[in-house]
Design a protein around this ligand. Structure first.
Ligand SMILES: O=C[C@H](O)[C@H](O)COP(=O)(O)O
Ligand SMILES: C=C(OP(=O)(O)O)C(=O)O
Length: 368
C-alpha cells in the first residue's frame, strides 16, 4: 500500500482553506519605542495601580469609580471627555479614586464593530496597526491629564502593546471562563477584575480569580513579536465584578453579600466591584443612574462589601447605531455620527455623570 505525501502547496491549502489574508503587525517593542511612556508618567501609572490595590483591600477608604465611554470610537471626543473627567476626579480625590474606561476592544454577542484597535476607521477595513497606534496615542494623552486608565483585555496579544499604560483591567463576561484570559491575567502587572458570566454565574468569575492568582505557563508573544513560552507569577489582585446576567441584576444587597461571602470562603478578596451598566441596568443609561444612586445609599449606610462601581458615561447620553458593513471603506464615517455619543452600549451623558460623582463622593463622606 502506498501513502500519498502532500506537497508543500497542498499542505498550505489544507491549513489555510478559510484564511483570506495574513498581514504582519509592528511588534510590541516597535510600537512602544514609537510611543513610549515617559518616566514621570510611568511612575504615576504605577502609583495609581498601588492606590487601586489599597482601595480594593479597604486600606484606602475611598471608592473606586471606573467610569467612561462604553468604547472610544473617536479619540477627539474621548479626550474631551477625559479632560472633563480629570477635573472631576481632582475635585473628588478625597473620596473617590476615579479611573477612566478607555475601552478599545469590544466583545460582541454575535457580530458588530469590535472597537478601535480592530477597526480604527469604523469602515470594516480592519487597519489594526493604525488601531493599536491610535489606542496607545489616546492612552498616553489621557494619562498625561493625570487620569489612571482602565481597559478590557480581549485579544490576548494586544496586552503586550498597551498594558504598560493601564492601571486597572477587566476581563469581560464573555471571556471570564476562558483559560487563555485567566492565564493572561496571571501575568498582568495591574489589578484585574473578572465579570460574572452573561448567564449570571458568579462561580465562573470566582474560579477565574483563583486561576489567575496561580502561576501559569502558556503560549504568548515576546516584545519582539515571536511566539514564546510565557511563565507568570500569578496575579493576587484579581477580584470580582458583578454585572448582572440573563437571570437578572445582581447589584442588590443580598446577591452582593452572597458573592462577597463566596469570595471570602475561597480565600480571596471579599470586596467586590459592582457594574451599574450591562445586565444590572438592562443596558438603559437612565436606569444606570438609578442603580448608582441605590449603591450610593448603601455605601453611605456603611456597606463595606462594595470596593468600587463601574459606569458607562460619555459626553452625550444614549447610543447611536453604527454598522461598519453599511459604509464604504475610506469614507468619512465620523461626520455622519453624533459627536460624543456611544456607538456601542448606551452611556449616561456628562451632566448626569458629574452629578452622580457628587452623589458618590457625598456617600463616602457620610460613611466616614
Ligand atoms: O459593553 C459592551 C457590550 O455590552 C458588549 O460588547 C456586547 O455588545 P453586543 O451585545 O451589542 O454585541
Ligand atoms: C463588555 C463589557 O461588559 P460585559 O463583559 O459585562 O458585557 C464592558 O464593560 O464593556
Amino acid at each position: 500500500m502506498s501513502i500519498a505525501v502532500a506537497t508543500e502547496s497542498q499542505q498550505r491549502a489544507n491549513t489555510n482553506e478559510r484564511v483570506l489574508g495574513i498581514t504582519e503587525l509592528p511588534t510590541p517593542a516597535e510600537l512602544v519605542a514609537e510611543l513610549p511612556v515617559g518616566d514621570a508618567q510611568g511612575y504615576r501609572i504605577m502609583r495609581a495601580r498601588q492606590e487601586v490595590r489599597a482601595v480594593l483591600s479597604g486600606l484606602d477608604e475611598r471608592l473606586l469609580v471606573i467610569i467612561g465611554p462604553c468604547s472610544i470610537h473617536d479619540p477627539i471626543s474621548g479626550l474631551e471627555y477625559a479632560t472633563r473627567l480629570a477635573a472631576a476626579a481632582r475635585e473628588h480625590e478625597g473620596e473617590l479614586l476615579v479611573v477612566m474606561r478607555s475601552y478599545f476592544e469590544k466583545p460582541r454577542t454575535t457580530v458588530g464593530w469590535k472597537g478601535l484597535v480592530n477597526d480604527p476607521h469604523l469602515d470594516g477595513s480592519h487597519d489594526m496597526a493604525a488601531g493599536l497606534r491610535a489606542a496607545r496615542e489616546f492612552m498616553l494623552a489621557a494619562s498625561n491629564l493625570g487620569l489612571p486608565l482602565a481597559t478590557e483585555f480581549l485579544e490576548p496579544l494586544s496586552a503586550q502593546y498597551l498594558a504598560d499604560v493601564i492601571s486597572w483591567g477587566a476581563i469581560g463576561a464573555r471571556t471570564t471562563e476562558s483559560q487563555t484570559h485567566r492565564q493572561l491575567v496571571s501575568g498582568l502587572s495591574m489589578p484585574v477584575g473578572f465579570k460574572n458570566g452573561t448567564d449570571g454565574s458568579v462561580q465562573v468569575a470566582i474560579d477565574a480569580c483563583q486561576a489567575a492568582g496561580a502561576p501559569q505557563s502558556f503560549m504568548g508573544i515576546s516584545d519582539e513579536g515571536r511566539t514564546a513560552i510565557v511563565q507568570t507569577a500569578g496575579n493576587q489582585d484579581a477580584h470580582l465584578i458583578l454585572r448582572g446576567g440573563a437571570d437578572g441584576p445582581n447589584f442588590a444587597a443580598e446577591p452582593v453579600a452572597k458573592a462577597s461571602a463566596a469570595m471570602e470562603s475561597a480565600g480571596m478578596n471579599p470586596r467586590v466591584i459592582v457594574d451599574a451598566s450591562h445586565a444590572n441596568s438592562g443596558k438603559s443609561h437612565v436606569r444606570q443612574g438609578e442603580v448608582i444612586a441605590e449603591l450610593a445609599a448603601r455605601i453611605a449606610a456603611g456597606d463595606q462589601k462594595i470596593a468600587g462601581i463601574m459606569a458607562e458615561s460619555f459626553l452625550v447620553p444614549g447610543a447611536q447605531k453604527h454598522d461598519p458593513d453599511t459604509v464604504a471603506a475610506g469614507s468619512d464615517v465620523l461626520s455622519g455620527l453624533t459627536y460624543g455619543q456611544s456607538v456601542t452600549d448606551a452611556c449616561m451623558g456628562w451632566d448626569a455623570s458629574a452629578e452622580l460623582l457628587q452623589t458618590l463622593a457625598a456617600a463616602v463622606r457620610a460613611a466616614r
